[in-house]
Design a protein around this ligand. Sequence first.
Ligand code: SF4
Length: 383
Amino acid sequence: MTTETTSNPFRGREQPAAILAEIIVEEGCREHPLAKEIIKRAGLPVRLLANDQSTGSADPFYAQNLSQGKRQLVLARNKGKFLKSCPGTREYLCCGYQVLNIGMNCPMDCVYCILQAYLNNPRLSFFINIEDMLVELTNALGQDRQLFWRIGTGEFTDSLVLDRLTGLSRILVEFMRDQPNGVLELKTKTVEIDNLATADHGGRTIVSWSLNSPWVIDRHELRAAPLSQRLSAAARCVSWGYNVAFHFDPLIYYPGWEEGYEETVQRLFEAVPRERIAWISMGALRFLPSLRSIVATRFPNVSFFCEEFVPGLDGKSRYFRTRRVALYRHLLQLIKRHAHPATCLYLCMESREIWQEVFGYSPEDQGGLSAMLDRAAGWTVAS
Ligand code: SF4
């Protein structure tokens, strides 16, 4: 396990949110106490925006404006639902995750980020009406205490990248502390964990990091924390009593991928006590076809999108089956050398056949993928 000798091992790190240049506030939100707080913390120029012009309008020059959009943070109300089932597809085995939508887009800039093709507004947004979010969560979780909820905020943005400004993690972590039938996953590529240090989590929050090989992280995940910092942050969260999780997603094929992923797995288990890892997922690179041209425009020197891909049953482009299986099998045997037997190892959005080839069983043999993850989060059916 990594030992830390300084009081703040992340001193001097670059914060991804430091690229923000402007806060844009929807008119109806400007008097909201959280909006005022964020504006005060950010110390950036503020502009008012007429209601409804922030998150709803598509930008016809979206791809060209993405880099600039990442510098603008819109504070808006979410007038729809905060909580939705993960937009998985019927064709692949989904983990039954519930997405808590806290905002859109991200100040980091991963070359492969699917949000580049998924969203149509280049700006970042953060939903300010968290009082409505908490009411919705209370109602959902309270409906049937025999139903278990795995809830995550890292689907349409990074869970912690704006946390220094918003302070949302503490509110959610302390809300979940009192929910016996739910667990919150905060998924990040940052080391923005300060608010977690003193939050009273009651064991109901899992902090997770997306990991990749050092080659992918250093060259293709702009403004994200280096591997060593992510692992140190995970070790610190463990020291504060949190369980942690890791996502090897997207696995990318490139010359030297075997050694690259081996290094990451090795360093992961040196840094983090294995018995505190709730789950580790693997997902091979997959993307909406339109992403290819966006990446070609924004990152013309990136080569891994030049590989051959096949259209998946969900319309996303994927590596050929043999390549996906090779990636998964290699990583799985590396992880299995170290992993605790109780850690749930799983594939993100893959078919039963691929599970069978990689693991030698299908999730149904273990009660289904949702049940496997629920158990890893500490939920027992009889509770
Ligand atoms: S950290 Fe996640 S949300 Fe942010 S740019 Fe990278 S892939 Fe996209």
